[in-house]
Ligand binder design. Structure first.
Ligand SMILES: [Zn+2]
Length: 711
């Protein structure tokens, strides 16, 4: 909680830092802290009556409510906290033409949106990871430019929109796009306090508040006023804070040591360190200022993959920071820093990592991985194989058109996305998504009857038409994985886990929920109930043991039961069942009956055939037929065939499989190929030797993998 408070205060002192992302579990009073911060922000002077919060000293020349002549009346108001609801429409965020007035009174007026409201204040997005992509893009544009542009439906407006962006997210509910992550200056982890003293203090305050809210408020008003004064003083001091070359080099050393992309991290650390110096009353940026700033600015900018642990290795940070501020004394420090001459501008931090080798923090070794390969004769015994290499998977899709939450997998009727036609406005529509041509067309036949005489159409309410839009929805991808003895041959299970991992990475990009059922021995088990945490699914997969007989029917039944429960909970989210099997069944009932049940229930399924070797039984084909499912073998999973091979560094961005939406400049739709390659490297605890016959056919299908590995 201290980190969070500090990060918010530093942003209040220097809004150029770019905002705070608060990551943490539910119930950690994140929004309370944000509200408390807004209360201590200095008040703002605005031009009286301007809905866009123009400053009287420097009014926005493009202000839609302008122009404001010099000497316009001004008023002082508290800084505002504007909350962006996760389900907001584009119009609500950016503002829009006031259509009601435009159509009935013939007046063109612009109705300001949330971005205008947040100008010179705080824009707060709770659960920012659940925000629709389309809104994220608008938000990023406005945040980057400090300006909101609206250019549509006959409106052409631009106004200033500079705000402190504060977002919260619960990482268990899914991660954030790298683009959006980078846009936040700082990140902090918020957790409920663990030590008894802090917990007791929280409870004590709560009791004091309940007993006498007025006295409590008075007590804290004094503290609040003093904090507000401290922030104002630090703001005044900030321009005088010196950031000398030594400090800049130290910052560069830290960023190089942590292998961050681009220069944004350097800039954010410099600004944060300067704000911290001002906050503690200093006039020069010290090593400690840089250390604090790095701890807040780096965790989300390290090259990482979605399965890495959050946070920063403090020991690595201290090494990358180099020695103390003053020029080092001639005698070597007792700690024995790698080089006493200051930070190494190269990648010193990484190479000179701690000898015990935990420098990369979050490598996930598969617990219980046997070192000697479990031979094919060990069926019936349990073994845990590591994941084979992951690859960019093709998009598997639920047929038909759904109405689920926005995402990137299957076709859906949505309120954003491509316009596919027009319809009269629904009674539930709060703002009009006007389809102009259809509206005019609807009014045209009635012009004579309505007595049109001059130019200009005579419109009535009944003429209004809205866009009917189609986008993509996210789905529930439930994996049912055969983990029996016939699959347990180590190489084979590696390939299977690699394939499922690839589909999980794909699900992460498409914002799906995922679940994992495994069947082996005497029955099936729901290893992971449906969740948005692809991360959790990858962990379960990594430790999933294999061995024993093959109760295929039980696996299908368990999957079916899981999907039925999910349908009750989330009826609009359409499921896709991915069955990873060789089609064999050696225990339990007849899989044909279970398959029939799934089919009758209309559940879309894909069978991924894992059978390999010279003699094949083709059982999975029969299973796919019984399910009415799409059939693929492992080699058919990678994306795009020959096109995937062309995937250099730009693969993974809006490629052919990106789905539904034209790629925007500088907009990766999810993980980059680099991130994917990193995650592959990170997740593979020990790489099996490459001349493995089982994996050979898969590898043939994706020639680019070797390139990525080198990249
Ligand atoms: Zn104005």
């Amino acid at each position: 909680m201290e980190d969070m408070r500090l990060a918010l205060i530093l942003n209040a002192i220097s809004p150029a830092i770019g905002g705070v992302l608060v990551r943490g579990e539910k119930g950690t009073a994140k929004s309370t802290a944000v509200r408390a911060l807004t209360a201590v922000l200095p008040p703002v002077d605005v031009v009286a009556g301007c809905r866009f919060s123009c400053s009287p000293a420097r009014p926005d020349p493009g202000c839609p409510d302008g122009s404001h002549p010099a000497g316009s009346a001004a008023q002082r108001r508290p800084a505002r906290l504007v909350e962006l609801p996760v389900g907001a429409t584009e119009d609500r965020l950016t503002g829009s033409l006031d259509l009601g007035r435009a159509l009935t009174e013939g007046v063109t007026t612009f109705q300001p949106g949330l971005l205008a409201g947040a100008h010179r204040g705080v824009l707060y997005v709770d659960e920012v990871n659940l925000l629709h992509d389309h809104l994220v893009d608008l938000l990023l544009d406005a945040a980057a430019l400090g300006t909101n542009y609206v250019e549509r439906d006959g409106v052409s407006v631009r106004h200033e929109a500079r705000f402190l962006l504060v977002g919260t997210m619960n990482p268990e509910e899914g991660e954030l796009r790298p683009q959006l992550l980078d846009r936040f200056g700082l990140t902090v982890e918020a957790a409920a306090p663990r030590d008894p003293a802090s917990r007791a203090e929280v409870v004590r305050r709560r009791i004091a508040f309940d007993a006498d809210p007025v006295a409590f408020a008075a007590r804290f008003a004094a503290a609040e006023a003093s904090l507000a004064a401290d922030i104002a003083a630090a703001q005044e001091r900030l321009p005088a804070v010196v950031l000398d070359d030594a400090a800049l080099e130290r910052i560069a050393g830290v960023c190089a040591g942590f292998d961050v992309d681009g220069l944004r991290a350097d800039i954010v650390i410099a600004r944060t360190a300067a704000a911290h110096a001002a906050w503690r009353g200093g006039l020069a940026v010290s090593r400690e200022d840089i250390r604090v700033a790095s701890r807040l600015a780096l965790p989300h900018r390290r090259r990482r993959n979605p399965f890495d642990a959050p946070g920063l290795d403090e020991r690595q940070l201290d090494e990358a920071l180099g020695g103390p501020d003053e020029e080092p004394e001639p005698d070597p420090p007792s700690g024995g820093g790698p080089d006493a001459g200051g930070p190494d501008p190269g990648d010193g931090g990484r190479d000179a990592g701690p000898p015990d080798g935990d420098g990369d923090g979050a490598r996930q070794d598969a617990p219980g991985t046997p070192d000697s390969p479990a031979g094919p004769g060990t069926a019936g015994r349990e073994s845990v194989a590591p994941s084979g290499p992951a690859f960019r998977a093709r998009r598997l899709e639920v047929p038909g058109k759904g109405q689920g939450a926005a995402g990137r997998r299957s076709r859906a009727a949505t309120d954003v996305g491509r316009s596919v036609g027009a319809r009269p406005p629904l009674p539930s529509s709060r703002t009009l998504d006007l389809h102009l041509t259809a509206t005019l067309a609807a009014s045209a036949p009635h012009q004579r009857r309505r007595g049109r005489s001059g130019p200009g159409l005579v419109l009535e309410g009944g003429d209004l038409r809205e866009h009917r839009r189609e986008g993509r929805e996210s789905n529930l991808v439930l994996f049912a994985v055969d983990a029996s003895g016939s699959m347990a041959a180590r190489r084979r299970m590696e390939a299977v886990k690699g394939a499922v991992l690839s589909l999980l990475l794909d699900a992460y990009q498409r914002r799906d929920k995922v679940g994992l059922v495994c069947f082996r021995g005497s029955g099936a088990e729901l290893l992971l109930p449906p969740t948005s945490s692809v991360d959790a699914a990858a962990r379960r997969l990594e430790t999933m043991p294999a061995g024993g007989r093959t109760p295929l029917a039980a696996g299908l039944a368990e999957a079916h039961a899981t999907l039925r429960r999910e349908r009750l909970r989330d009826p609009l989210r359409r499921p896709l069942l991915v069955i990873v099997t060789d089609g064999r069944h050696t225990a339990g009932g007849d899989p044909a009956a279970a398959a029939q049940n799934l089919r009758r229930d209309g559940i879309a399924a894909v069978v991924v055939d894992c059978e390999s070797g010279p003699v094949r039984l083709g059982l999975a084909v029969a299973l796919a037929q019984a399910l009415g499912a799409e059939y693929l073998n492992l080699g058919g999973l990678p994306a795009g065939g020959p096109q995937a091979g062309a995937g250099g560094p730009q693969a993974g961005a809006g490629g052919p499989q990106a789905g539904g939406r034209a790629p925007r400049a500088g907009d990766a739709t999810g993980l980059s190929a680099q991130a994917l390659a990193d995650s592959v490297r990170g997740l593979r605890a020990d790489r099996a030797d490459r001349a493995d016959p089982v994996r050979q056919p898969i590898r043939a299908g994706r020639p680019s993998r070797t390139d990525r590995k080198v990249a």
